[in-house]
Write a protein that binds this ligand. Structure first.
Ligand SMILES: C=C(O[C@H]1C=CC=C(C(=O)O)[C@@H]1O)C(=O)O
Length: 417
C-alpha cells in the first residue's frame, strides 16, 4: 500500500471566535464525527477536506508528519486566535502493529472548539469552496437490538493464552507482554458515533473521549500532549476493578499500590517512557512512585510526566519515539510484539495505537486508543470492542479476565444506554 493523499486543491482555512457552543458532541451534524474531548473542552469536527492514508511501517509517524507539513505549508491560514487546536487540524489514528496498513490522518471541513473559556469555529476548504455538503442535520439515534458475541477468542481460550504468556515470561527473557481480546456487537441500524461520544464524555469526563474514522472510545491514557516546547504524558499500567463501596475501593486501591506484581507492570511502562523522552528533552519530571487514578470502572496506577523539549519537534516526532509503550505491548518490545501476534491471533487494527490531533504549529494531544470500539467500515451496524491487560510472571489468568471485563464495561455501557 502506498501513502495516499486526497486533497482537492490548496486549502484555505479561517478560524473565528464564536459564542460558547455548549455541549460539544450535541453540535455534531452527522454520524461521521471526529472528536477529542476532555472535561468538556476540546474539538469536534466533521467533513473531510483532506485524507492521508499511511501505509504499514515503523516510519509511519514520521511519514505522516512529513506529509502533513507539506499540506499545511501550502495552506492559506487566517487564524487570529493562534491557540492549540485553532487553524487547520488533522485528526489521526495509527495502527498498533507496524505491519498493519490502517493508519489515517483526516483534515476536516469544520472544527468547533472550546478551551479555557474561548470557543472557535474553523472552516477549511479548497479555495473558492462555498457549499458545505454536510450542513444537513441528521439527528442522533441510539443503537437498538444489540447482539453481543465473542471475537477471536472465547473467554476460556483467552485465559489459556494468558497462561501461556505467563509460562513464556517465567522461562524466557521477556519481562512483560500485554494481551487483548475483542468482542463483537451487532445493532439493528448503523451505529451513530455521536450517541457513544455523548455517553462516554458524560460518564468519563476525566478520560479523553475520541472519534476518528470510526474508532470511538474514552481513553484514560495520555500518550503525549505538546504545547509549544512543553510536553505532558500520563503513564498507566497496573489495574484493579472498582469496588462495590467506598471502603472496598479504598482497600482495592491500597492493595494495588502495594502489589509487587502491579508495581512491576507499571515500572516497565514508566521506565520506557523515561528512556524514550530523556534524549528529546531539556528537562523531564517523572515521580519516583505512581499515583492512584480512580475511574468509574477501574482503578489504575498512574505516573504523570512533564518535560521541556530540547528543540523544535512536532507532537508526531515525539509520539514516534514512544509507540508502542509497555502499557500496550511489553518489554522488550520486539519479543513482546511477537508473542502478542502469536497468542492473540487477531489484528488489533487501531486499538492500542496512538489517536489524537495535530495542528499546523505541531501542537497536539494523542492518547493510546483504549476502552474503544472500531465500527465495521463494510457494515456500520457492526463494531468490535477491545480490552487488554499487562501480563507479568505473577499474573493470574482469572484475575486478568475480570480486569479485561471491567475495561470492556466503558464501551459496553456506552452501547447499552
Ligand atoms: C491495554 C489496556 O490497558 C492498559 C492501560 C492501563 C492499564 C493496563 C493494565 O493494568 O493492564 C494496560 O496496560 C486496555 O485497556 O485495553
Amino acid at each position: 500500500m502506498k501513502l495516499a493523499a486526497h486533497t482537492p486543491d490548496p486549502l484555505t482555512v479561517r478560524t473565528v471566535p464564536v459564542p460558547d457552543p455548549g455541549d460539544l458532541p450535541a453540535r455534531l451534524p452527522h454520524p461521521q464525527a471526529l472528536a477529542w474531548i476532555h472535561h468538556g473542552q476540546g474539538i469536534v469536527a466533521w467533513g473531510e477536506a483532506a485524507r492521508i492514508t499511511i501505509p504499514a511501517g515503523p516510519d509511519r509517524f514520521t511519514r505522516a508528519d512529513h506529509h502533513l507539513r507539506e499540506l499545511f505549508a501550502e495552506t492559506d491560514i487566517d487564524d487570529p486566535l493562534a491557540l492549540p487546536g485553532t487553524g487547520p487540524v488533522a485528526f489521526g489514528s495509527f495502527a498498533f502493529d507496524p505491519a498493519s496498513d490502517d493508519s489515517v490522518l483526516i483534515v476536516p471541513r469544520r472544527i468547533l472548539g472550546r478551551r479555557d473559556g474561548q470557543a472557535w469555529l474553523t472552516t477549511i476548504g479548497p479555495r473558492h469552496h462555498t457549499a458545505d455538503p454536510l450542513a444537513l442535520a441528521h439527528p442522533p439515534t441510539p443503537p437498538t437490538h444489540l447482539q453481543w458475541s465473542d471475537g477471536t477468542l472465547t473467554a476460556p481460550a483467552w485465559q489459556q493464552a494468558v497462561a501461556h504468556a505467563v509460562e513464556r515470561i517465567r522461562h524466557g527473557r521477556l519481562g512483560k507482554t500485554v494481551l487483548a481480546r475483542d468482542l463483537n456487537v451487532q445493532a439493528a441500524e448503523p451505529i451513530d458515533a455521536r450517541v457513544l461520544l455523548d455517553r462516554l464524555a458524560t460518564r468519563y469526563p476525566g478520560c479523553f473521549t475520541f472519534a476518528v474514522d470510526g474508532l470511538i472510545g474514552a481513553t484514560p491514557e495520555l500518550l503525549i500532549r505538546r504545547t509549544d516546547d512543553h510536553i505532558d504524558s500520563l503513564v498507566l499500567a497496573g489495574t484493579t476493578p472498582r469496588g462495590a463501596t467506598p471502603t472496598d475501593d479504598h482497600t482495592r486501591a491500597q492493595r494495588l499500590y502495594h502489589s509487587p506484581k502491579d508495581r512491576e507492570e507499571h515500572a516497565y511502562a514508566a521506565d520506557m517512557v523515561r528512556d524514550a523522552l530523556t534524549p528529546l528533552c531539556a528537562d523531564l519530571r517523572i515521580p519516583d512512585h505512581p499515583e492512584i487514578l480512580t475511574l468509574p470502572n477501574v482503578i489504575h496506577l498512574a505516573s504523570p510526566v512533564h518535560g521541556t523539549l530540547d528543540r523544535e519537534r512536532s507532537v508526531l516526532d515525539v509520539l514516534a519515539a514512544l509507540h508502542p509503550t509497555p502499557a500496550v505491548c511489553g518489554t522488550p518490545t520486539g519479543p513482546a510484539l511477537d508473542l502478542i501476534r502469536e497468542l492473540e491471533a487477531m489484528d488489533r487494527g487501531r486499538y492500542a495505537g496512538p489517536v489524537g490531533w495535530i495542528d499546523a504549529r505541531g501542537d497536539g494531544e494523542w492518547g493510546i486508543a483504549l476502552r474503544c470500539a472500531e465500527l465495521d467500515k463494510a457494515d456500520p451496524t457492526r463494531a468490535r470492542l477491545f480490552a487488554g491487560c499487562g501480563i507479568v510472571a505473577d499474573s493470574d489468568p482469572a484475575a486478568e479476565l475480570a480486569e479485561a471485563q471491567a475495561k470492556f464495561r466503558a464501551m459496553q455501557d456506552a452501547f447499552q444506554g
